[in-house]
Design a protein around this ligand. Structure first.
Ligand SMILES: [Zn+2]
Length: 76
């Protein structure tokens, strides 16, 4: 009998760390209890947004920083 079953790996939804999906991991698909709780907490306090109200994304943050820097360097 060959037991060369390779462990299935998934990315933790909270921190994107590689997690081995096994029965030994009660937190799967999370890497740890902490991540699992963090994710649940995020849902509870509404940081996980469903459609409609887009959270500020990186592009907007970049734009804001750019604008702030421009304002500092060359006041109009
Ligand atoms: Zn994690």
């Amino acid at each position: 009998m060959s037991h060369t079953q390779r462990p299935l790996e998934v990315a933790c939804p909270q921190c994107s760390k590689k997690v081995v999906w096994s029965e030994k991991n009660p937190f799967r698909p999370f890497c740890s209890d902490r991540c699992r709780l963090l994710d649940l907490g995020a849902w509870a306090d509404g940081s996980h947004r469903i459609a409609g109200e887009p959270a500020m994304d990186e592009t907007e943050i970049d734009e804001m920083i750019l604008r702030a820097e421009r304002g500092l360097q060359a006041p109009e």
